[in-house]
Design a protein around this ligand. Structure first.
Ligand code: SAM
Length: 266
């Protein structure tokens, strides 16, 4: 049977070949002040110059190129070879040094412990059935004191219908406590067509992070709502359900007990 990883690799290859949203290279404008563009809130403390930085599940020639332009020593990991080819193209065009690695975010065994000082992880944990193995791998490859910035789909956004109800809101039609991939949807910027997506509860997104040896230092719900947007649009739905949550976490000097998946004070 085809795994969800194989399924999503193919789906993202197809999306990238169609130049779909989230598969496009950063625009010229973004390179005027690349760090400001990717870190408007200053969570990276003003500079990434010279830092060993992993762009995790971040192919497509956007994040990798911008962080490299900001001076970081960038490695980008993605499961989709087509997305990674775009990173290489953009890096070559802009004469940037970017290393690309094809791997799944829940198996970073290609990297040694403490290989990175910063991990940047755009929305993508929805493509793996379980989030804890991802956090365990990030904890392993990030050095103690390192910064982990990740963005995730809000679980409530995964529960809600794509189209508005006759009453005007968005019905919660999927249970919060559920197993397996979500039913497919089309024509929504909140979901990517052809992919298998999983709802992760807050206990997994936030709790597992804390249990994996991180402390959360910052948290935001990136604003996308617009009260004047037309019903059914991305911005209108975002008025009812914030689509994403974003966190800055720091790797602390505690040991992670792999087998029991518990955080052991040490
Ligand atoms: C929403 S895109 C994020 C990157 C994009 N540059 C952006 O606009 O932010 C999600 C990415 O996750 C990647 N992906 C999906 N499943 C993955 C997995 N198991 N391991 C690594 N990457 C994965 C996809 O190939 C895609 O490039």
């Amino acid at each position: 049977m085809q795994s969800s990883h194989d399924h999503n690799r193919r789906a993202w290859d197809r999306l990238a070949n169609r130049n779909a949203p989230h598969t496009r290279a950063a625009a010229d404008e973004a390179f005027r002040n690349p760090l400001q563009h990717v870190d408007g809130r200053g969570w990276l403390e003003g500079s990434v110059a010279g830092k060993r930085l992993l762009c995790l599940a971040a192919g497509g020639g956007s994040q990798s190129a911008l962080y490299a332009a900001a001076g970081a020593i960038v490695t980008v990991v993605d499961i989709s070879p087509v997305m990674l080819a775009r990173d290489r193209e953009v890096a070559a065009e802009r004469q940037l040094n970017v290393r690309t690695v094809e791997a799944s975010m829940d198996d970073l065994s290609i990297f040694a412990e403490a290989s990175f000082e910063v991990v940047i992880h755009p929305v993508s944990t929805c493509y793996v059935p379980k989030i804890a193995p991802v956090y365990r791998e990030v904890a392993r490859v990030l050095e103690v004191g390192g910064i982990y910035i990740s963005q995730h789909k809000q679980p409530v956004s995964m529960q809600a219908e794509v189209d508005p109800s006759p009453q005007g809101g968005y019905t919660l039609s999927e249970p919060y406590f559920r197993e397996g991939p979500l039913p497919a949807v089309e024509n929504s910027l909140h979901r990517e067509p052809g992919t298998l997506e999983y709802l992760h509860r807050l206990d997994e997104i936030l709790g597992e992070l804390c249990r994996s040896g991180f402390v959360i230092e910052e948290f935001s719900e990136p604003p996308h709502a617009d009260a004047k947007a037309s019903p059914g649009s991305f911005r209108h739905r975002s008025l009812y359900v914030p689509p994403y949550l974003r966190m800055k976490a720091r790797r602390i000097g505690k040991k992670v007990e792999q087998r029991a998946k518990v955080w052991v004070p040490g």
